[in-house]
Each structure stands twice: as structure tokens, then as C-alpha cells.
Design a protein around this ligand. Structure first.
Ligand code: NAP
Length: 110
């Protein structure tokens, strides 16, 4: 069977749309929820890595008053702050020590 140029065009177009759709799906789509964080102070525990780090990056873009990085390691916290401020210049990040395994540290943080 010989396909017409029209059929090949439809197959190519369909493939491009399918690949685009799959890419969009596997990238997790787009966040359409952008709350106004103006004037708000946010505390993020474990903000130096993983989910906490990504939360700090994304919330920095929403221009809050301040984001407190509640982390137990000063080095890891300051490295994370530098990395975030590279992506979001002027991000208002501050490290306050917090070790959740240590009640004295939790009291001090509070
Ligand atoms: N990542 C996932 O796909 C996923 C999926 C479902 C649920 N979760 C859960 O979501 C949470 C965060 O995940 P994640 O991937 O972001 O974890 P992660 O990469 O392991 O990060 C954990 C964060 O918590 C901090 N932390 C650990 N113990 C602490 C303590 N005693 N005091 C203060 N900070 C402490 C770590 O600090 P240090 O760097 O100093 O160790 C780090 O910043 C975990 O509970 C995980 O089980 C994750």
C-alpha cells in the first residue's frame, strides 16, 4: 500500500502533537496557581534540598516578604540560599537554625 503525501503529513503532524502531549504530561504540566504572597512570611523546613528546596525556589518567584529557611546545617542552608538567589535574584531568604530532633533547637527557633 502506498500512502499519499497527505497521509504522510497527517501521520507526521499527529506524531508531533502526540510527542508534545506526552512531554507536557511527563513534565508534570504547568502550575496555574500563583497566589499573591506579597507581605507574607513563609517558613520552610528542610528547605536546603528536595521538596523544601523546590518550594523555596517557586515561592521566591511569588515575591513574599520573607522566606525563612528552617534548616539544621548552616553550610547546606547558605549553599541553598546562594543557589536559589542565582535563579531568583534578590529572593528574600533567611536562614534560621532548626533541628527537629532537638527540642531545645525547636524552642529556640520558635
Ligand atoms: N521526594 C519525593 O518524591 C517524596 C515523595 C513523597 C513523600 N516525600 C516525603 O517528603 C519529605 C521531603 O522529601 P524530600 O525528597 O524533599 O526529602 P529529602 O530530600 O530527604 O530532604 C529532607 C530535608 O529534611 C531535612 N531534615 C531531615 N531531618 C531533619 C531534622 N532533624 N531537622 C531539620 N531538618 C531535617 C534535611 O536536612 P539535611 O539536608 O540537613 O539532612 C533536608 O533538608 C520527606 O518526609 C519524604 O519522605 C518525598
Amino acid at each position: 500500500m502506498v500512502l499519499s503525501a497527505y497521509a504522510w503529513g497527517a501521520i507526521a503532524g499527529g506524531s508531533v502533537i502526540a510527542i508534545g502531549g506526552l512531554k507536557y504530561y511527563f513534565n508534570g504540566g504547568k502550575n496555574k496557581h500563583w497566589p499573591d504572597l506579597a507581605g507574607k512570611t513563609i517558613i520552610i523546613t528542610g528547605a536546603n534540598v528536595g521538596l523544601g528546596f523546590i518550594s523555596a525556589v517557586e515561592m521566591s518567584k511569588l515575591k513574599p516578604e520573607k522566606i525563612i529557611m528552617a534548616c539544621r546545617s548552616e553550610q547546606r542552608a547558605t549553599d541553598a540560599i546562594a543557589a536559589i538567589q542565582k535563579q531568583v535574584p534578590g529572593a528574600p531568604l533567611e536562614w534560621i537554625p532548626l533541628d527537629l530532633n532537638d527540642l531545645a533547637s525547636v524552642k529556640q527557633f520558635a
